[in-house]
Write a protein that binds this ligand. Structure first.
Ligand SMILES: C[S@@+](CC[C@H](N)C(=O)[O-])C[C@H]1O[C@@H](n2cnc3c(N)ncnc32)[C@H](O)[C@@H]1O
Ligand code: SF4
Ligand code: SF4
Length: 366
């Protein structure tokens, strides 16, 4: 199981973009290597390969949601601005103090933090402070942003905080296609202008970071603009562009399926249990401190394995839910009805998924 799923995150990208993305990963990994991190990585992989349930290693990367609030309304995103349903996590912001508490417990072992979940990280100043703090601890910092931000200091804030990688989300090159994906408030011209200013100033300063990668979810209604996106990326000096398969429910309208990612019938092999490395290598932390093994169904606090702001990270990491999940990964047939973790409904392990309420509503409104 490779450390990075290179193939699916670069499908449809040109060779140059593929090389840039791969190089970025390898260099980042080497840049943040320390002896404790290397020892922990080896222990973690050993635990994963031998299928231990209670483990003597820590995660080596985290996804931390600095905020669950957003200014846009992407069609299939739980971070969009719709009202929350009962039982769903409210949207809010993590404080710098809370972020430091997480770093104090885990930072020694982390190569990288992806500081975004389902919300827009650039909306709030604490994001820059968090990046500065983690960078000062030699942790590689990544954010993904829609870049729909109006701020006179945006360029300087990004360039001065130590950010290593900026993923720029933009799913089209014209207002019409971008708004179909990202909602009526999306402003593609503003986003591209912000990126252009950032690249110009970064290059003027002869600064290497952040590396900027455009992430483009390909659908039937925006695939005709992929060439234009490539040309725009080149013109603006964006380092790489990757065309990815968007997630949406299988019964979404035909316009969501592209020739690159067509609708297809599921075969038996789609339901065959595979392995999963998340509960060994990383974790997902919501803005309110709720921990999940990955971002699957993060909207429901009932799925949390614990809360890092009120409990000790280690005790959650080797607590009941993590131990049960690792046992399921080792042997999905060991499932017992008393075993209730998010992994026990995960298609990756061959289980039948439940359909969350918000998703059922979206499907009805499609
Ligand atoms: C939920 S967003 C949060 C960060 C930020 N607001 C943004 O859009 O980049 C996290 C990532 O999800 C990606 N994304 C959005 N909608 C998606 C979809 N339907 N399928 C797959 N990825 C999606 C975005 O490109 C982004 O990199
Ligand atoms: S911009 Fe990002 S967080 Fe906001 S709705 Fe779109 S994908 Fe979700
Ligand atoms: S829910 Fe699925 S993908 Fe997520 S950690 Fe569990 S098995 Fe892995």
């Amino acid at each position: 199981m490779p450390l990075f799923d290179f193939r699916t995150s670069t499908i449809g990208s040109g060779t140059r973009s593929k090389i840039t993305i791969l190089q970025e990963h390898i260099r980042s990994f080497l840049r943040h290597m320390t002896l404790p991190r290397l020892k922990n990585l080896i222990a973690s992989e050993k635990n994963r390969i031998t299928g231990r349930a209670s483990i003597n290693s820590m995660p080596f990367f985290l996804k931390i949601e600095s905020t669950g609030l957003c200014n846009l309304d992407c069609k299939w995103c739980t971070g969009s601005r719709r009202d929350r349903l009962p039982g769903e996590r409210s949207a809010g912001r993590m404080t710098l103090k809370q972020f430091k508490r997480i770093l104090d417990q885990t930072g020694k072992y982390l190569f990288r933090i992806n500081l975004y979940g389902f919300g827009e990280p650039l909306l709030f100043p604490e994001t820059f402070k968090m990046i500065k703090e983690a960078s000062s601890r030699n942790i590689g910092m990544v954010i993904s942003s829609n870049m729909n931000v109006v701020s006179d200091t945006l360029t300087e804030d990004i360039l001065d905080c130590g950010l290593e990688l900026l993923i720029f989300s933009c799913h089209g090159t014209t207002g019409k296609t971008v708004q179909k994906f990202m909602g009526n408030s999306a402003d593609v011209q503003l986003a591209l202008k912000n990126v252009e200013n950032l690249v110009k100033e970064r290059n003027r300063r002869k600064q290497r970071f952040p590396v900027i990668q455009w992430q483009y979810c390909v659908t039937g209604f925006n695939e005709h603009q992929m060439e234009d996106a490539r040309a725009t990326a080149d013109r603006l000096g964006i380092d790489a562009i990757r065309f990815i398969k968007p997630w949406f429910p299988p019964d979404a309208g035909d316009e969501w399926y592209s020739s690159l990612f067509p609708r297809r019938s599921f075969t038996r092999s789609d339901y065959k249990a595979q392995s999963c490395s998340w509960p060994y290598r990383g974790a997902y932390i919501s803005w309110d401190g709720g921990i999940l093994p990955c971002c699957r169904e993060e909207l429901y606090p009932v799925n949390d394995f614990g809360n890092v702001l009120s409990e000790d990270f280690q005790s959650i990491w080797n607590g009941d839910r993590y131990v049960q999940s690792r046992k399921l990964i080792k042997d999905p047939d060991s499932f017992k009805p008393s075993c209730k973790t998010i992994c026990s409904t995960c298609p990756v392990l061959g289980f039948k998924p439940t359909v969350p309420q918000w998703e059922q509503n979206s499907q009805q409104n499609t």
